[in-house]
Design a protein. Structure first.
Length: 547
């Protein structure tokens, strides 16, 4: 309930209003001139549907992975209706807004001389990030690649959308092998990856196995049967006055000499713990056994996985030259000046996903994210799923351009089936599938014209994890896999009632969608059946008012 101001005088009320105006005028955060730029053509009140394109899809139905062609704002609105709260990890590599024809807005490239270039980019990104937030699970996380051009603006946008407390880290990726000697000031050798969690109290990065560089620190100079180990100092930075219980003599086992620590740096362990270390042969006295500076052995077999670090080098995440070669090997040419290497996305997936998670990339570019998801599944037998969204990037000057179909989907297709690289060697396919879909806008006044195929696709995405194509039948059913059974009845026919009742009876949880929900509710009475009316149910989920 709001505060009661009825007891305040006119002067007191004016004072409160002035204080509020001052507070709002100095509000901390990112501000951009949204009202000064042309409205994004994607921002509209139309309902969005998806059309399945079987000829561009890969593998046999049911498909578990999706590639969506269209404006990503439209696609995100559709995904919010169907996949809201189900995505574990989002990775995006948005346009960096360099002004060098890398950013298409309203069918035109944003030029470097555009006075509203940064505001246009901010508004463009804000609208899409706001939708993306609603797609994340409670333990979900988003990673966003960026460079110096928009780093600070992006941080402000993510703070605005997710909140300051959701910031996890600013990761540094060393992307360039050789310096750019033509740079005016510095060779930009790195990119950033901003990481935000929907709920930072829940999300935790997965610890990683030791890499080759870390493994070099382990050896076995005394041939201990427990295997390789490294060691740590046996003293700590405390004085004998601070820790008198840690100032005591220990026996050098080879010479029998009593050894004391210094008064300014005492033993790290008390007498009982030292006795345990001695009995378990956990103290190393040097190669000849005569050292006066003992060290504690720590075995690789007992070592915990490593917490991820914020600086990623070539060994961790690849580099730009590797990414270009990788794409050229798959597609014969790069198509992109700065694709991302799969090893970069591999690392994100290792940190942020488990084998059954859903991964989204709505600036899919050349399809690197899907490639990495398929690699991860091949490596651990996982069942990760991907959703890629890519526009055609067609412009008035190049209306037939279609990067989604000809680059993104084609790369993923070849990775699935196998391909011949630049050397002519056959590269084995990783397996997998994807359904190829296109966005279509439907004006709310024409929502009754929505096609049955589009309804069936949406209903499966809302309740299921796989997609089967529409068939011209009195009713369609998706059941099994331990998920909710979905029945769609495009047109009710009394002759089909026995089969409908049979389908309802053999499943424990059923949702029936129809254009005559009231009639079907009477015909299919059962406590475990939920009835929903089309198109009202989809409109409500999409956020459109039902008049």
């Amino acid at each position: 309930m709001g505060r009661d101001y009825s007891h305040l005088s006119r002067e007191e009320l004016l004072g409160l209003l002035e204080a509020r105006d001052r507070r709002d005028a100095t509000k901390f955060g990112l501000v951009w001139e949204a009202n000064e730029i042309d409205r994004d053509k994607a921002l509209n009140d139309d309902f969005v549907a998806l059309d399945l394109v079987p000829a561009e899809s890969e593998g046999d139905a049911p498909w578990k992975n999706l590639i969506i062609e269209g404006d990503n704002f439209d696609a995100l609105r559709y995904l919010k209706m169907t996949f809201g709260g189900r995505v574990k990890c989002i990775y995006i590599d948005p346009p960096y807004n360099t002004g060098n024809k890398d950013f298409v807005y309203n069918d035109h490239f944003v030029e470097k001389e555009d006075l509203w270039r940064h505001s246009t980019w901010c508004e463009f990104m804000y609208q899409r990030l706001s939708l993306a937030k609603d797609l994340l699970r409670e333990d979900g996380v988003i990673f966003v690649s960026i460079d110096d051009n928009e780093l600070f603006h992006l941080g402000g946008l993510l703070n605005k959308v997710f909140g300051f407390n959701s910031f996890i880290s600013n990761l540094i990726w060393h992307k360039r092998v050789s310096p750019a000697n033509d740079a005016q000031h510095f060779s930009t050798d790195h990119d950033y990856i901003l990481c935000y969690a929907l709920n930072p109290d829940i999300w935790r990065p997965l610890r990683q196995p030791h890499n080759d560089e870390q493994l070099k620190n382990y050896s076995n100079p005394d041939n201990d049967h427990r295997g390789a180990w490294n060691s740590s100092a046996y003293t700590c930075a405390k004085t004998s006055q601070e820790r008198p219980n840690l100032y005591y003599p220990i026996t050098q086992p080879t010479t029998g000499e009593l050894i004391f620590p210094s008064h300014s740096r005492v033993w790290a362990y008390d007498k009982n713990t030292h006795s345990y270390h001695t009995n378990e042969n956990l103290i190393y006295w040097g190669k000849d056994g005569l050292s006066k500076h003992p060290r504690l052995k720590k075995f690789l077999s007992n070592a915990k996985p490593v917490v991820p670090r914020t600086i990623w080098g070539f060994d961790d995440a690849g580099h730009n030259a590797e990414a270009n070669l990788e794409l050229r090997n798959i597609l014969d040419k790069t198509h992109f000046s700065t694709p991302k290497p799969t090893r970069l996305i591999d690392r994100i997936l290792q940190i942020a996903t488990n084998p059954d998670d859903l991964i989204l990339d709505f600036f899919a570019g050349s399809g690197t994210t899907a490639h990495s998801v398929l690699k991860a599944n091949k490596a651990d037998g996982g069942n990760r799923r991907f959703i890629l969204v890519s526009s055609t990037e067609a412009t008035d000057e190049n209306p037939d351009k279609n990067l989604c179909r000809d680059v993104c989907a084609e790369r993923v297709r070849r990775v699935i089936k196998g391909y011949k690289n630049a050397k002519g060697d056959e590269v084995e396919g990783l397996g997998g599938d994807f359904a190829y879909l296109r966005t279509r806008k439907i004006h709310p006044a024409h929502i009754l014209d929505i096609e049955h195929e589009q309804v069936w696709t949406a209903l499966q995405f809302i309740h299921r994890s796989r997609l089967v194509p529409y068939t011209d039948a009195p009713f369609l059913i998706a059941e099994g896999e331990g998920e909710t059974t979905v029945i769609y009845i495009p047109r009710y026919e009394a002759s089909q009632l026995p089969k409908l009742r049979e389908a309802v009876q053999r499943n424990s949880s059923v949702i029936v969608y129809s254009w005559q929900a009231g009639l079907l509710r009477e015909k299919l009475k059962a406590e475990h059946v939920q009835h929903e009316n089309i198109p009202e149910s989809l409109m409500r989920r999409f956020g459109l008012r039902i008049s």
